[in-house]
Design a protein around this ligand. Structure first.
Ligand code: FAD
Ligand code: DHB
Length: 389
C-alpha cells in the first residue's frame, strides 16, 4: 500500500488537509484510531475565525456552514456584573462564525467519503517509521491484521495524545508548557441562548462563558477547580452557578434544561518545536495546545493546514521545496501569537488571586482599560477574529 501523504488523525486538521490536497490532485490516506460515530459526536469548539471559514470555502465544504452558521460581529464581556461590547466588525473589519466543530467534522467526513479517498477508522497501534528517509512508513493494525503504508510525507494530525509527536526523538525537539490551576466545566443543552452574542464573564466566583451552537442550542462553561468531579455538578447546580456569575442583568434570560453533554477540561498552554522532523509535519493539537478562552484551538489547526497544504502543493505541482522546508517556522510564528492572546485572556478573565492582592489589581486594571480604550479593544478584536495567515 502506498500514498503521497499519509495523514494520522481524522480531526479537523487531518480532514481539512486531505480535502485541500485533493483539490490540488494530491492523494492521501487518513488513519484514525476511533470510529466514525465517536469522531462525529465529540463536542468541542464552536467559534470559527473568518480565515477558517475561508479555508472551508476553498475546500468546498462551506455550504451548510453558510446556511446554518451564525455570523457574530461582536462579543460581550461582563466584569463583576458590568457589561460592555467589543465591536469586532467595526474595529477589525471581520466577523466570526458560530458553527460547532462536530458540524465541521461531519461536513469534512461527508466530502472525503464522497470520493476523495479512504479514511481507515479504528486503526490500532499506529507507528511512524523512517521519518528521516525519503520514504517514511506508517504501520497500523486493523482487526488484528498488520498493515503498512509507504508515503512521500506524513502529516501528524493526531492531537495532543497522538503517536506522531511521540515518534520524534527527544533530542530533536523541545516543549514549552504552562499549566493553569483550574479547569472548565462545559454544558450543552437544547435551550435558546441567553443573548445574541457570546458573553465572557469575570466574577469573584470565577469565569463563565455563554456560547451557543444555534438559536436553539446553548453551550456554557464555568471555571472550576481541577479536583472537582462532574458527578458533583448536577444540572441544577450548574445553572444556579451560571446565573450567579452572569449577574442579575443576564440571569433572567438564561433558559435552563437537561444537559446533552457535560465535561470538565483542564487548561494548558503547550508548544512543541520544531513542528517538522524529516518528512513528518505536525499540525493542530499534535504540535500545540491553547487554553480555550480565546477560542483558538480549532482555528490554529486550520491555519497550520493552510500553510501545510500550500507547501505540499508547491512541492508536488511546482517542484518548489522552499515552503515545505519553511513550514515549521511559518506555522509556529502564527501559533505563538495565538498562544499569547489565549494566555493573556485566560489570565485576565479567571479568578486566580486573592481579592486584595496586587495581581488582582492588575487584572482589574487590564479589564478596565479594555472597557474604556478603543485602542485596547482594537487589539482584542484583531486577535479574536484571527490574525491574517
Ligand atoms: P483533534 O481534534 O484532537 O483530532 C486528532 C484526531 O487524531 C482524533 O480524531 C483522534 O482520535 C486521532 N488520534 C489520536 N491518536 C491517534 C493515533 N495514535 N492514531 C490515529 N489517530 C489518532 N477549542 C476551542 O477553541 N474551544 C473549545 O471550547 C474547545 N474545547 C475543547 C474541549 C476538549 C475536551 C478538547 C480536547 C479540545 C477542545 N478545544 C477547544 C480544542 C479544539 O477542539 C482542538 O484544538 C481541535 O480539535 C484540534 O484539532 P486537531 O485535528 O488538531 O486535533
Ligand atoms: C466556545 C468555546 C470557547 O473556548 C470560546 O472561547 C468560545 C466559544 C464554544 O464552545 O462555543
Amino acid at each position: 500500500q502506498r500514498t503521497q501523504v499519509g495523514i494520522v488523525g481524522a480531526g479537523p486538521a487531518g480532514l481539512l488537509l486531505a480535502r485541500l490536497l485533493k483539490t490540488y490532485g494530491i492523494d492521501s490516506v487518513i488513519l484514525e484510531a476511533r470510529s466514525r460515530a465517536y469522531v462525529e459526536a465529540r463536542v468541542r469548539a464552536g467559534v470559527l475565525e473568518q480565515g477558517t471559514v475561508g479555508l472551508l470555502e476553498q475546500a468546498g465544504v462551506a455550504e451548510r456552514l453558510h446556511r446554518e452558521g451564525l455570523v457574530h460581529e461582536g462579543v460581550e464581556l461582563a466584569v463583576d456584573g458590568r457589561r460592555f461590547r467589543i465591536d469586532l466588525a467595526g474595529l477589525s473589519g471581520k466577523a466570526v462564525t458560530v458553527y460547532g466543530q462536530s458540524e465541521v467534522t461531519r461536513d469534512l467526513i461527508a466530502a472525503r467519503l464522497a470520493g476523495d479517498g479512504p479514511i481507515v477508522w479504528e486503526a490500532a497501534d499506529v507507528e511512524l517509521h523512517d521519518l528521516e528517509s525519503d520514504r517514511p512508513r506508517l504501520r497500523y493494525s486493523l482487526d488484528g491484521v498488520e498493515h503498512e503504508l509507504a508515503c512521500d510525507f506524513i502529516a501528524g494530525c493526531d492531537g495532543f495524545h497522538g503517536a506522531s509527536r511521540a515518534s520524534i526523538p527527544p533530542a530533536a525537539g523541545r516543549s514549552f508548557e504552562r499549566a493553569y490551576p483550574f479547569g472548565w466545566l462545559g454544558i450543552l443543552a437544547d435551550v435558546p441562548p441567553c443573548s445574541d452574542e457570546l458573553i465572557y464573564a469575570s466574577h469573584p466566583r470565577g469565569f463563565a462563558l455563554a456560547s451557543m451552537r444555534s438559536r436553539t442550542r446553548s453551550r456554557y462553561y464555568i471555571q472550576c477547580s481541577l479536583d472537582e468531579k462532574i458527578e458533583e455538578w448536577p444540572d441544577d447546580r450548574i445553572w444556579d452557578e451560571l446565573k450567579k456569575r452572569f449577574g442579575p442583568e443576564v440571569a433572567p434570560h438564561i433558559t435552563t434544561g437537561p444537559a446533552l453533554e457535560k465535561s470538565i477540561t483542564a487548561l494548558h498552554s503547550f508548544v512543541f518545536l520544531p513542528m517538522q522532523h524529516g518528512r513528518l509535519f505536525l499540525a493542530g493539537d499534535a504540535a500545540h495546545i491553547v487554553p480555550p478562552t480565546g477560542a483558538k484551538g480549532l482555528n490554529l489547526a486550520a491555519s497550520d493546514i493552510h500553510y501545510l497544504s500550500r507547501a505540499l502543493e508547491a512541492h508536488y505541482r511546482r517542484n518548489d521545496p522552499t515552503l515545505l522546508a519553511a513550514y515549521g517556522e511559518t506555522a509556529a510564528a502564527r501559533v505563538w501569537k495565538a498562544e499569547r492572546f489565549s494566555w493573556w485572556l485566560t489570565l485576565a478573565m479567571h479568578k486566580l488571586h486573592p481579592e486584595h492582592s496586587f495581581e488582582a489589581g492588575m487584572q482589574r486594571a487590564e479589564i478596565d482599560y479594555l472597557a474604556s480604550s478603543r485602542a485596547a479593544q482594537t487589539v482584542f478584536a484583531e486577535n479574536y477574529v484571527g490574525l491574517p495567515f
